[in-house]
Design a protein around this ligand. Sequence first.
Ligand code: NAD
Length: 489
Amino acid sequence: MNVIDGIYIDGGWRRSSGGESITVVNPYTEEPVGRASVSTAAEVDAAVRSAHRAFTEGGWPETPLDERVEICQRIAGLITDRAGELATTASASMGAPYASWRTLGDSAGLIEMFTESVKRIPFEYLRQDGFGNTLIRRRPVGPVAGIVPWNGPIRSEVKKVIPAILAGCTIVLKSAPETPFGGAALGEICTEAGLPPGVVNVVFGGASTGEALVTHPFIRKIAFTGSTDVGRRIATLAAQEFKRLQLELGGKSAAIVLDDVDLDETLPWLDAGVFRAAGQICFANTRIVVARSRYDEVVGALAQRARAHVLGDPFDPATTMGPLVADRQRDRVRGYIEAGKAEGARLVTGGGTPAGQPRGWFVEPTVFSDVENSMKIAQEEIFGPVASVIPFDDEDDAVRIANDSRYGLGGAVHSADPLHALRVAERVESGYIAINGFGIGGSGPFGGVKNSGMGRECGVEGFESFLEYISYPVPAGFADELAKTVSVG
Ligand code: NAD
């Protein structure tokens, strides 16, 4: 039984003074696996003050970039050392198969992407043109509030903490109540890697802890990943003090399948796009928009893939799909399945509870055909293993369907001709569209448009909102002196 009793602050644990706690329940066994105290407003205040001190007095923003990079590399090594343990607590708390999480929990590659990207940022340059001479510097914005959901334990935490500290910011991270242990481990790892006290602090709890954090006057930027509704609430709160916002929110992404695809190649991507992590992925391709001439074939093949999934114990290597994170989430997904049937979509496969699983919050991989894009199952984020397969008549129709959504996060276009797929993808309103694939790769910026959020994370561009531009207009003679040591850009 993992127990968190307090907050991670100033490089160590400070015990809570008692009070509320959250029980973490294993979605497969339905038994408790741990507990975390709910951080109070006073504890959040202490954590933010620690981050503020580390920023204003601790010298972290002035620490040379090379040193910050070295510390992050040590963090990566320590995460790798603990990858087995981290994947175990992740699977036990949110139900994703251990075998897949073992590699995802190892975030060394992700950290390397950040450390390589930050080196490409010009932190200081001189602009000399007909308008005058200006020294331009990029400075960290200040203490950051990082808030994460439960569906990507440790990777989500890494995506908040590492860019913040590489940029020279300090951070208070709030873990998700369902998966508090990754954040706790990351706090300890940061200290072990030599990060000065107060640069990374971790608090625990749900909405009340989160609101105490985002409204704290010392917080200058909020990096949030979670649902659109909570993102909207946070944006409203942040507006009072014009805090910087980076919001990675929900999605209802479309995979467009053109009529020339080789289905053997496309099918594994469609399968992963909707069923990986039991559909609990923000950029899941849960609307599959298919050329009418291939529609029946795709529906049949996808249903076959759905039936082939092995649901069971996340720690059994044969398991390809675990349970959903919580009973409330299972009930929510079931509600959508009923709504799909009531609105006239055809349930091709799934929709129920798997046979032979007496416990665990499972929902069978589900495929709906004959879906109209206006139906609830095509418009709302289900966050479960439910595919809505929608036919299109021509490419204009495919693009219209894909764009007929309040979201714009992920997506894909599949074609035997990747250039043709790219031409279609260019017309889709979304922040991240794969050509003949699914999933996050490379070091491109990730984020959404419309109700899927604002700002980007990852890549060089992901540092943008952690940094402020400061301009120093200087006299011409001094500018010439500076030009000997500062790059001109
Ligand atoms: P959620 O919005 O309920 O919670 C996310 C986090 O916000 C949690 O830590 C929660 O405790 C905290 N929170 C809740 N209310 C708050 C408030 N009023 N003020 C401050 N913090 C508050 O989301 P969830 O159920 O944990 O995660 C699923 C959602 O996250 C889905 O909508 C999914 O699409 C989205 N998501 C988006 C991305 C992305 O990169 N765009 C990635 C993963 C998940």
